[in-house]
Design a binder for this molecule. Structure first.
Ligand SMILES: NC(=O)c1ccc[n+]([C@@H]2O[C@H](COP(=O)([O-])OP(=O)(O)OC[C@H]3O[C@@H](n4cnc5c(N)ncnc54)[C@H](O)[C@@H]3O)[C@@H](O)[C@H]2O)c1
Ligand SMILES: O=C(O)[C@H](O)COP(=O)(O)O
Length: 516
């Protein structure tokens, strides 16, 4: 999809949206004091209508559209940043470099109760609570949704939270009319079409390391379980069979572990394995500092040939798809073990099943599969079922209370910061941009402009902002898109309208938001 067609997606037909500013009780401390200038302060609830023109060129999260009476202010005691009242947006006090207030302003979207968030796949309660505390409307589902239901649901939401099962493909993302941000409450982001998301101005966040320890611990346990054939012994006992054997059962002390992908998980595992007396080698596409006494080898083949255990910790990419097939398995030592807790597509399952049944491999532990059931229940099928000394687990590498709780906190904070303050730090598909906190003054705004990365944009924006006091501005690009944030002070409501209109009507516009 070209950028211009992505913009055209939001063209005509959409009627002006009406936003009620009746406020959520969850955020009463902050929101009840918000008023819309131009209306009496005592008016608790007002209704504003976005001008239809804003919909011809701009995708707008409701909070981010500029209402016809555009400025909301935080009044009274809310000038002080809240400490423990459910507004966990991190703010930095700024020493005023030139007169006026040096208190920071807590930016809020127009009306947080208008933000709709869809959470799928049993995202942790820590996230549900944090997002509801912001006043957002949160719909949480325990399971992934079938594609047709997902397409219907995603149409109307501003933010979606998923884990590894939900596929946010081009088809699904094209149905998303209001989506501004995606939270992957996991490490992997291969389930999202990151490029299409970026071109639609949708930032994607994940949790890069909150479940790494859980995966590393599981793999360490599996190394012991495989070398003692514990899966088979336990199954036999459950069937009433007593089978006391020591043949082909080993200690792991002194054995060689080969780690493919020495990132967050691989490197943690390296330390844990050495503490159990293993020798560790690893292969990675980038040169990395070996931890402990581990050593990096140049090629995958070298690693396959020298290791007693091979464990995979690479992301799913074009290069890692089918990385381990018949040829690679044949290079592994007779009786060696394979562990895969990365992504199902990294290993060719028929080849692995053959290597296990023939006795070439001594065993395998597999946590991830090319096709995984969408929900819990008796839906699992694989050629690996029934293979000797083969541990099969339902993608539970990162499924611990600790990991899920940390992921819930981390990703929800990233979403809140993006929605409320425009901060894209940590986004995986988006230029990473942030600004110091905005000063707590009336008539100051933050402009967040996602645009095509083509020459001439900054000149155009500078011309629009030329007559105004731009306190600070930062811009960065990534591939085809770029993102600019600018804090502007001393602007009247009319000027804000004008800035919004002119910026959102630039031909390079993807998404324009004004926060105040
Ligand atoms: N089973 C689970 O529940 C579970 C949990 C967490 C993560 N994961 C999966 O594990 C993967 C790895 O996680 P991580 O946090 O360690 O990621 P990471 O990004 O920190 O590390 C991945 C490493 O793989 C390397 N790499 C990439 N392509 C490679 C290639 N072709 N050959 C060799 N090395 C290559 C990278 O350079 C990097 O060092 C994730 O992408 C995710 O898919 C699974
Ligand atoms: O990418 C990840 O973090 C893992 O695959 C875990 O995914 P999950 O949240 O679906 O368990």
């Amino acid at each position: 999809m070209s950028l211009s067609s992505s913009i055209a997606l939001f063209a005509p037909s959409s009627p002006p949206r009406t936003f009620s500013s009746s406020h959520s009780t969850n955020n009463s401390n902050t929101l009840s004091s918000i008023r819309t200038p131009g209306t009496p302060t005592s008016t608790a609830a007002t209704t504003t209508t976005a001008t239809s023109s804003s919909y011809f060129t701009t995708r707008v999260m409701p909070s981010m559209s500029i209402p016809s009476t555009p400025v909301q202010q935080i009044t009274g005691n809310n000038n002080v940043p809240p400490t423990n009242e459910g507004t966990p947006v991190s703010v930095r006090e700024r020493q005023g470099s030139f007169g006026g207030s040096n208190k920071v302003k807590i930016l809020k979207p127009f009306n947080t109760a208008n933000i709709k968030i869809l959470l799928l796949e049993n995202v942790n309660e820590t996230a549900v609570t944090a997002l509801r505390d912001q006043g957002y409307q949160v719909e949480a589902h325990v399971k992934a949704l079938p594609e047709d239901v997902l397409i219907e649901k995603i149409r109307d939401v501003h933010c979606i939270g998923i884990r590894s099962k939900t596929k946010l493909t081009k088809k699904v993302l094209e149905a998303a009319e209001k989506l501004g941000v995606i939270g992957c409450f996991c490490i992997g982001t291969n389930q999202v079409d990151l490029e299409v998301a970026a071109q639609k101005g949708i930032a994607v966040f994940n949790s890069p390391f909150s479940n790494s320890r859980s995966v590393a611990e599981l793999v360490l346990a599996e190394i012991v379980l495989l070398s003692r054939q514990l899966g088979d012994r336990s199954r036999e006992m459950h069937q009433g069979v007593w089978q006391k054997v020591s043949a082909n059962c080993y200690e792991i002390r002194g054995k060689t572990l080969g780690i493919v992908g020495y990132g967050h998980i691989g490197s943690q595992l390296s330390v844990l394995a050495e503490s159990m007396g293993m020798r560790v080698f690893f292969h990675d596409v980038v040169p990395l500092m070996p931890l402990g006494t581990s050593k990096q080898v140049h090629t995958l083949d070298e690693l396959l040939e020298l290791s007693d255990f091979i464990t995979l910790h690479v992301p799913e990419t074009e290069e890692t798809k089918n990385m381990i097939g018949e040829a690679e398995l044949a290079k592994m030592k007779q009786g060696a073990y394979l562990i895969n807790a990365s992504r199902g597509t990294v290993v060719q399952i028929p080849a692995l099943a053959k290597a296990l049944r023939s006795g070439h491999l001594g065993g395998a532990a597999v946590d991830v599969f090319p096709k995984e059931p969408a929900a819990n229940g008796p839906f699992f099928e694989s050629e690996l079922v029934g293979c000797p000394n083969t541990l099969l687990t339902p993608h539970i590498g990162g499924s611990t209370e600790e990991a899920q709780s940390m992921i819930g906190v981390e990703v929800s904070q990233a979403l809140i910061k993006f929605i409320n303050s425009g901060t894209s730090i940590g986004a995986v598909n988006f230029p990473e941009v942030d600004l110091r906190a905005i000063r707590d003054e009336e008539n100051s705004i933050r402009l967040c402009y996602t645009h095509m990365n083509v020459p001439g944009v900054l000149l155009r924006i500078t011309n629009i902002l030329a007559e105004h006091n731009v306190d600070k501005q930062f811009s960065d690009s990534k591939g085809k898109i770029a993102y600019l944030m600018a804090d502007i002070s001393d602007v009247t409501p009319e000027q804000i309208q004008e800035i919004y209109r002119r910026v959102s009507e630039t031909p390079t516009n993807i998404v324009t938001r004004v926060l105040y």
